[in-house]
Ligand binder design. Sequence first.
Ligand code: F6P
Ligand code: MG
Length: 443
Amino acid sequence: MAAVTALPVSLSARFKGSFAYFTVKDRLPQILTKAIDTLHRHKNEFFEEHGEKGVEAEKRAISFLSKLRNELQTDKPVTPLEDELPDAALWNQYLDYQRNLLNGNGEPSWFQSPWLFVECYMYRRIHAALAQNPPIGSFDVFKEGKAQNFFESQEAIIALCTYFQELLKNIKDLDEKQLQGELFKLLQVSLWGNKCDLSFSAGEKSSQKSSPLQCLEDMVPYIIVNDMEKLWSLLINAKTRNTDKCTVRVDVILDNAGFELVSDLVLTDFLLSSKLADEVHFHGKSIPWYVSDTTKNDFNWTIKQLQSANHMWMSRCGINWEGNLKKGVWVYQDHMFWTLPHIYSSMAEVAPDLYADLQKSNLLLFKGDLNYRKLTGDRKWEYTVPFHQALNKFHPAPLCSLRTLKSDTQVGLKPGQGEQIQASEPEWMISGKYGVVQFDATP
Ligand code: F6P
Ligand code: MG
C-alpha cells in the first residue's frame, strides 16, 4: 500500500459541509432509494420471467438494499463483504487496511472513512444485493437511466454522427493544421460529454440536448487546464515516427454510457480514421457502477442502437463501429480493478496484469470525474500541486484526463487561478461547468 504520511488528507464526509458530506448524507441514500423503486417497478417482469422465485429474489434484494441504506444513514461501521464474488477478498483486505489506519481508534464507517472508499463500497454492495439473488442476479438497476440518457440525447447524437460522417468524406485531404483542429473539436465534445453523468444528479435526468459542436468556442475559457497541444504533439510524433509500422495504441478508460460514450466512440473513430492511432482499447466496468458508468452490455447495446437507428449517419456509425470490433482494431476490456476502491497509484501492486497491459499503450485517456479522483488519490490537494506529483508514481504510459469538475479536488492550476474562480463562483468545483484536459507524459 502506498505510504500516506506526506500526502494531504483524503476527502471524507467527516468534513461537515463538504461535497463529500453532502453526497454521503443526501445523494447516496437517494440513489439507493431509486434502486429500490426500480426493483419494485420490475416486480411483474420478474414474475413473468421467473415466477414466484423472481418475486422472492426481488424482495430479498430490496431488503438487502434497505438494510444498506440504514447502515449508511446511521453511520454504522463498514462491514466485510460476505459474498463469494471474485473480488470479495480484495475488498476485505482493503477494509482491513482502512481499519489499520485508525490505529485502534474506532472502526471505518460511512461518515468517518474516506469518501472514495465508502462510495465505491456502496456500489459494490448494490451489486451483491442482486448477484446474490438469482434468478435476477444479472439485473442492472441503472440500465433504464442509461438508456433514457441515450434516447434523450438523440438530437445531439444525430448532430455529432452527421458531423463526423461528413468529416470522414474528406479526412484524407486534411492537412496537419486541419487535422489538429478536428481533433481539438472532438476532444472537447468528449470532455463536455462528461457533464451528462447520472450519479452526479442522483439518477435524475441528465442528457445532452443541444448540438454538442455549436458552443465549443464559448466554452474554451472553462477549460482551466488545457493540454490539448501536448496531446496533439504526442499523437503526431507517434504517427510520423511510425515508419517502422509499430502499432500506435490508444486506451480509453471509459466513464458514462449515453451521450458521453457516443462522444468517446466518435473521438476514437477519428483517431483511427485519421491514422493518428491504429488500435483502440476501451476499458469498461465489469459491474454496474456510479449509476451511469459503461458496462459491456451498455457498450454493445449502444452500438446496436446506433446500427438500427432510423437515421443514415447514426446507423453508419454503428455499422462501422461493429466492424472495428470485428476487425480487432477496437477492443473492449474490463478488469475488476476498475471497480475496486483502490486509487490508481496502487494499481501496479494490486493489479500488476492490468498495469503491464496499460504499459503497452501510447496514450491513456481517462474519462470523467471518478477517474480523476482515483488518479489523484481523492485528497485535499493544494490547487497548484503538479499533476505528476498527485499521480504519485502512477505512470504506465503517457496519460490525459478529460474531466468536468464534479468533486472538490483539483491539481495543476496556476498560482491564484483556483482562488480567483472561487471568488466569483463558489460552486466551481462541483457544478460540472469547468473542465480539464490534463496531460502527463513524464515517467
Ligand atoms: O458522487 C461522486 C462522484 O464521483 C462525483 O464526484 C461525480 O459527480 C460522479 O460521482 C461521477 O462522475 P463521473 O461520471 O464524471 O465519474
Ligand atoms: Mg460516471
